[in-house]
Design a protein around this ligand. Structure first.
Ligand code: OMD
Ligand code: FE2
Length: 467
């Protein structure tokens, strides 16, 4: 029987901090002191470095971790392209030629739960931009899984960092660095290359994910807000080291074999090895998986007038090379007080040079009706570059006529947005195969917008500027 070092009370201990330099050892003395790679690391472990940036990246960007493990991760036979399992395959196709770039506003009904998939086979690329081979762009996913990944398996992506937004069901994520329990209203980030396994302790799961092909998520600058607010550094949680001792002694295809699946240029490859990939006894570094509870977000807004830009609700931001312009911002709309005087309080009508993919974790969104055919938990919308959008007609009329008392909006609800500076293409799956696109989205939302124009003031009638 494989031996693991955790007792269940200890399993979900975390270390706190964002982009911190952390260290953790499951057995005391496993971390070398004053060295990264001694001639013989403690306890007979191998030292292995995991780089999340170029060796020469500037210090403030540099990301790496040192793992002290029973066997190095290279000890496996060559990868071969994975064959479909029970016809259940993830939908990952992202060649720009296969994506549909369309200016229409799109909205999806809640995506289906699935029973036969695990986290990997249940990944569906809905939309994306760029190319993982060039380390440019991003992919936007829905996941729906009904089964845990096999205890003898692990997955990693060479394509990017994966931000997971849990919408329904609990994910128990075993990583090389230790465990993360991710519940609805929590998010997790699994950096490029980190091996992990997703277990479902309480049944089927569904949620959203964003894969970032370039750079890493950062906390947004706070500017005049000051040194606290929005997502605070100490509320990000990283695992503690936790390992299995199953270093294997039987044949590669024997019952004790571990399957490692790699996502490499949006194609899955597999290999089998006799030893567990979860054999990291200790680690130190600033390149690690982490989770964050969205309930801890310190929401900030206007206390005078006007509706501010949604950038004040940014949890994490992945910048492009151009200051202030993100490849991906992860933005949430949590419960908050609105007090603006003489203000139209919901989002204004707008067109944006950025593209906006939105999802709803729970509850309702203040600019859109819920219910059948509306914006519903587990569904999504996409307002691409310069596609006009804003409150649906009923929400507009409601807010236009509302008495402007202090009002708590979004109680018990949370919508989110993946906002990108890139034009986003939609996959065949997102447009056709999923059968969730709402054909009447425009009509349903804006078909009923009324004319409120009062006509030319008396003295102006008949003037030449009306053509
Ligand atoms: O379109 C949306 O619903 C998202 C959004 C919200 C907001 O408060 C301001 C701008 C914006 O794009
Ligand atoms: Fe918008």
């Amino acid at each position: 029987m494989p031996v693991t070092n955790f007792d269940f009370k200890e399993k979900y201990r975390y270390q706190n901090g964002f982009d911190s330099y952390l260290e953790s050892e499951a057995v005391s003395g496993a971390l070398p002191i004053g060295h990264n790679s001694p001639q013989k690391p403690p306890l007979g472990l191998y030292a292995e470095k995991l780089s999340g940036t170029a060796f020469t990246a500037p210090r403030h960007e540099n990301k790496q971790s040192w793992l002290y493990r029973i066997l190095p991760s290279c000890s496996h036979p060559p990868f071969v392209q994975a064959t479909p399992r029970n016809g259940q395959e993830p939908v990952l196709e992202q060649s720009p030629a296969r994506l549909h770039y369309i200016p229409n506003q799109l909205r999806w009904d809640p995506f289906d739960h699935e029973s036969d998939t695990d986290f990997v086979s249940g990944l569906r690329l809905v939309a994306g931009a760029g190319d993982p081979t060039l380390k440019q762009g991003l992919g936007m996913y829905i996941y729906a899984a009904g089964k845990s990944m096999s205890a003898q398996s692990a997955f990693y992506s060479a394509d990017g960092d994966l931000l997971i937004v849990a919408q329904d069901g609990v994910l128990d994520i075993r990583t090389e660095f230790g465990w993360l329990l991710v519940r609805p209203m929590e998010i997790a980030v699994i950096p490029r290359g980190v091996r992990y396994q997703v277990l479902l302790p309480s049944g089927p799961v569904r949620g959203y994910a964003l894969e970032l092909y370039q750079g890493h998520f950062q906390l947004p600058e706070l500017g005049p807000i000051g040194s606290n607010g929005l997502a605070n550094v100490r509320d990000f949680q990283a695992p503690v080291a936790c390992f299995s001792e199953d270093h294997g002694s039987i044949a590669l295809d024997g019952p004790n074999s571990y399957t490692i699946t790699a996502k490499f240029n949006n194609t899955l490859f597999e290999t089998k090895q006799p030893h567990t990939p979860f054999d990291v006894v200790a680690w130190h570094g600033n390149y690690y998986p982490y989770k964050y509870d969205l309930g801890r977000f310190n929401t900030i807004g206007s206390i005078s007038f006007d509706h501010p830009d949604p950038s004040i609700f940014t949890v994490l931001s992945a910048p492009s090379d151009h200051a202030g312009t993100a490849i991906a911002d992860f933005v949430i709309f949590p419960p908050r007080w609105l007090v603006g005087e003489d203000t139209f309080r919901p989002p204004w009508y707008h067109r944006n040079t950025m593209s906006e993919f939105m999802g709803l974790i729970t509850g309702a969104y203040d600019a859109k009706k819920g219910g059948k055919g509306g914006f519903v938990p587990g569904g999504a919308s996409l307002h691409n570059v310069m596609s006009g959008h804003g409150p649906d007609a009923a929400s507009y009329e409601g807010a236009r006529n509302a008495e402007l008392k202090p009002q708590k909006v979004g109680e018990g609800s949370c919508a989110f947005m993946f906002e990108s500076c890139l034009m986003v293409g939609v996959t065949d799956w997102g447009l056709e195969t999923c059968h969730k696109v709402q054909e009447d989205y425009n009509e349903h939302s804006w078909g009923g917008v009324k004319v409120h124009w009062k006509g030319m003031p008396e003295g102006e009638k008949g003037q030449g500027h009306l053509l």
